[in-house]
Design a protein around this ligand. Structure first.
Ligand SMILES: [Fe+2]
Ligand SMILES: [Fe+2]
Length: 445
């Protein structure tokens, strides 16, 4: 295997070289990256462009900053090194509206205009564009291999590279942009994990979070409880529905907020991720009770949050691959497909966020290993429960799904739980009918 050194091309500069084992990289938000190469002559380069054109005569001093003035310099350099303009091929990436987007950003659309200027200049020289992936809302990384002249554009958040300053390149900031899970839910998750469940503490915590309190009361006064109303404090709710139900509703409401912030890359409709989460949580709770291999409440909460990584990936998917869902409809394995198309998968992306939020190990392991429970580092039985519940939910729920169930691995996983395929009727029977008929929220309590 060849070892490739990497060189980060800073914004407003370009790098041109003859063929050698080196990977040129540019991390791009609104900046546009252009790789140009003449494979026959063995000359290539990468240019990291900041802006479309100079705003005043003064800025002429910095010609490399601008597409309009810098691209001719880049081309000139390639030709001097031996490239032939008629043989050049181009790869263009970036020009996104990354980070927090204001109306001003959309109006200015600096990235979009830079990409336009690039295409205009390349067009004028009759240069063929081999790949153009511009726009969207995400930081990407353009890699250009100076030895093989291979190139790839990958979402930068998902790159495994750690040596780049994350804040400058906006990579971790995408994780920061994801609204954190409410404190109260985090505390409940920790209490469950430590098996130190303190009801006094719980209701106090719930009261501190006005948004969650209001949602819990709304839920308690809804049709689920006969729609009679009259529950107007958390203390009332506690008295009427009990502590476990209250904790279940609080975590569900917290996760709902998180999942419903997602776009539609991973589900056919808004709310699809939440619907799936509740369904898996409720199936997991039943399997935990039937198998006795985990606390039902722990299984419920792990089920709620198992696909956290989809929230992370969804941000990329909706902006950069709006047809992602359709692209993968016919595929057999979601994780494999994600690896191929996105260079990562929702279990890895979820792990990053779970670690950042310092979620307990039971949850972190579930997030990372629910598609490969045999690899779980700890809490293997809990992770297996979620894995089985995920499969069952997909098999029996009315909603369309991407997940194809492999019966062999399902029966192996049931064995880990001391169960077998012959327990199927009992398991399915224990699942509340609302879960499978499309309104799982009704079955929380
Ligand atoms: Fe999953
Ligand atoms: Fe899932």
């Amino acid at each position: 295997m060849t070892y490739y050194q990497k060189y980060h091309v800073p914004a407003g500069t370009f790098q041109v070289n003859a063929r050698k084992p080196l990977i040129l990289q540019a991390y791009l938000n609104s900046c546009v990256g252009v790789a140009l190469f003449d494979a026959e002559a063995g000359i290539g380069g990468l240019y990291h462009i900041l802006l479309p054109e100079p705003v005043s005569h003064k800025s002429e001093y910095n010609r490399e900053k601008y597409a309009a003035t810098g691209l001719p310099l880049f081309l000139g350099h390639l030709v001097r090194e031996g490239a032939d303009i008629s043989r050049l091929q181009a790869v263009i990436a970036g020009g996104a509206l990354a980070g927090k987007v204001s109306n001003q950003d959309i109006r200015l659309d600096i990235g979009g205009r830079t990409a336009e200027v690039v295409k205009e200049v390349l067009g004028k020289h009759g240069i063929q564009v081999a790949l153009s992936e511009t726009g969207g809302f995400f930081t990407c990384c353009l890699n250009f291999n100076l030895e093989t002249f291979d190139y790839e554009v990958i979402p930068a958040l998902l790159s495994d590279e750690q040596e780049v300053d994350d804040t400058t390149h906006g990579r971790i900031s995408k994780l920061d942009d994801i609204q954190p899970i409410p404190q109260v839910a985090l505390k409940i998750l920790r209490m469950i994990d430590e098996d130190a469940y303190d009801i006094h503490n719980l209701s106090q915590e719930v009261r501190k979070d006005q948004v969650i309190s209001a949602q819990v009361l709304k839920y308690c006064n809804s049709a689920v409880f006969g729609g009679q109303g009259g529950i107007d404090s958390i203390d009332d709710a506690l008295l009427i529905i009990g502590q476990t139900s209250l904790a279940k509703i609080v975590t569900a409401m917290a996760v709902k907020k998180l999942l419903n912030n997602s776009y539609t890359g991973y589900s056919l409709a808004k709310g699809g991720l939440y619907h799936h989460a509740i369904g898996v949580a409720l199936v997991a709770e039943k399997i935990a009770a039937l198998s006795g291999k985990a606390s039902p409440f722990a299984a419920y909460s792990a089920g709620l949050i198992h696909d956290l990584g989809k929230v992370v990936l969804d941000q990329f998917v909706s902006g950069a691959r709006p047809f992602f869902y359709r692209e993968i409809m016919g595929e057999n394995d979601l994780v494999e497909t994600e690896n191929r198309l996105l260079k990562t998968n929702h279990t890895k992306a979820g792990l990053k966020l779970a670690q950042k939020w310092d979620l307990p190990a039971s949850i972190t392991n579930t997030i990372r290993y629910h598609h490969t429970p045999d690899d779980a580092e700890s809490h293997r039985e809990l992770v297996t429960i979620i894995s089985v519940s995920n499969s069952l939910f997909h098999m029996f729920s009315a909603s369309p799904s991407l997940h194809k169930v492999d019966m062999n691995s399902l029966s192996r996983r049931l064995e880990v739980l001391g169960m077998s395929i012959s327990d199927f009727p009992a398991i399915v029977d224990a699942i509340p009918h609302q879960v499978l008929s499309g309104s799982p929220e009704l079955a929380i309590t």
